[in-house]
Design a protein around this ligand. Structure first.
Ligand code: KG4
Ligand code: ZN
Length: 345
């Protein structure tokens, strides 16, 4: 089955063509970073308008890249939420309209399910069950994944998401938007131990996270000081160290608690080089395996939406033509493909 995937939940317009047998045939992402940069963050209305302009041409390009005609598409999967409602509606409307025009089924995919299933895009992807560390701009959670649509949230952030904390700290250091990659690059030049920030919630049992205290500690450390480039790099390093330590410790705890040996890292912060290295080392030392999709499958993309949609479409899931999108959508409302009630395990 060949699926067209569409992702427009935030500031990337993404289109992919995925073949259940042959794998990924086309994968295109357009980042709106330049559009939002001088506003210091994503402006929802600008995001929606840009998705409208780019989506159809990108679908044409993706079909050309895949070397297929529209008639070869067996189904369409689009991100139905969570995300910016206007941006989501663009993807939903285009997906539904094309589904109607081409006479193929359409399914709305949960954005986080896409991230959780992104490893399937890689050769040697781990089998179920595994623990997923989902770290993106909007979410930070540890999830036990026992199958498609079978997700148990083990712990999640009580305040900021990890990516959000990266972005806010970057802003504080004058790095602008998007902050995560810029802060990570600056931290590469910083020294360990010059700034020691708290490791949030490591002293408490459980698998929840909290990053607002870490952000405040950085605010207090830099307040009233003029920092040169080297000192800013040391702050960035101290922040990244605290973040990495916290994510590593909680991930190990989740593996221990579930008795599972595989950790999959998903979401934009999973592109962070030092987090990848630290997790790989720590999980191997504990006798397990950490698996990371390549960075472009960690950040927002439509390939992961097509993969998740393919599972659901193949199981016969299909929506009526009503256009739906949800700005908020709890992950634990999902069901396994073909199942009518959420499992209670
Ligand atoms: O998954 P994603 O692309 O979008 C959401 O669904 O949120 O994640 C974006 C987040 C942003 O907060 C961005 O700053 C962060 O991931 N990010 C990084 C890195 N690359 C992206 N954070 C730290 N280090 C990176 N290399
Ligand atoms: Zn995402």
């Amino acid at each position: 089955m060949i699926v067209l995937g569409i992702e427009t939940s935030c500031d990337e317009t993404a289109v992919a063509v995925y073949d259940g047998e042959k794998g990924l045939l086309a994968n295109r992402v357009f980042s709106q970073v330049e559009l939002h940069r001088h506003h210091g963050g994503v402006v929802p209305e600008l995001a929606s308008r840009d998705h409208i302009e780019r989506l159809l041409p990108m679908i044409r390009e993706a079909l050309a890249e895949a070397g297929i005609e529209a008639q070869a598409i067996d189904g369409i999967a689009y991100t139905a939420g969570p995300g910016l409602i206007g941006a989501l509606l663009v993807g939903a409307s285009v997906a539904r309209s094309l589904g109607y025009a081409w006479g193929v089924p359409v399914v709305g995919v949960h954005h986080l399910e896409g991230h959780l299933l992104a490893p399937a895009l890689e050769p040697g992807a781990p089998e179920f069950p595994f623990v997923a560390l989902q770290v993106s701009g909007g979410h930070t959670m540890l999830v036990e994944v026992t199958g498609v649509g079978r997700y148990r949230i083990l712990g999640e952030t009580q305040d900021d998401a990890a990516g959000e904390a990266f972005d806010k700290t970057a802003k504080l250091l004058g790095l602008g938007y998007p902050g995560g990659p810029a802060l990570a690059a600056l931290a590469e030049q910083g020294r360990d131990g010059v700034f020691e920030f708290p490791r949030p919630m490591l002293d408490r049992p459980g698998l929840d996270f909290s990053f607002s205290g870490l952000k405040t500690a950085v605010v207090v450390a830099v307040r009233g000081r003029t920092l040169d480039q080297a000192a800013r790099a040391d702050v960035a390093r101290g922040f990244e160290n605290a973040m990495v330590d916290t994510l590593v410790t909680k991930s190990l705890r989740a593996l221990c608690q579930t008795g599972l040996r595989t950790l999959v890292v998903a979401g934009g912060v999973g592109a962070n080089r030092r987090l990848r290295e630290a997790l790989t080392r720590a999980v191997a030392k504990a006798g397990g395996r950490a698996f990371f999709p390549r960075p472009e499958f960690c950040t927002d993309n439509a390939a992961m939406i097509a993969v998740a949609g393919q599972h659901r479409l193949a199981a016969g899931e299909c929506e009526e033509l009503t256009v739906r999108a949800r700005a908020r959508w709890p992950l634990d409302e999902l069901r396994a493909p073909g199942e009518t009630h959420a499992s209670t395990h």
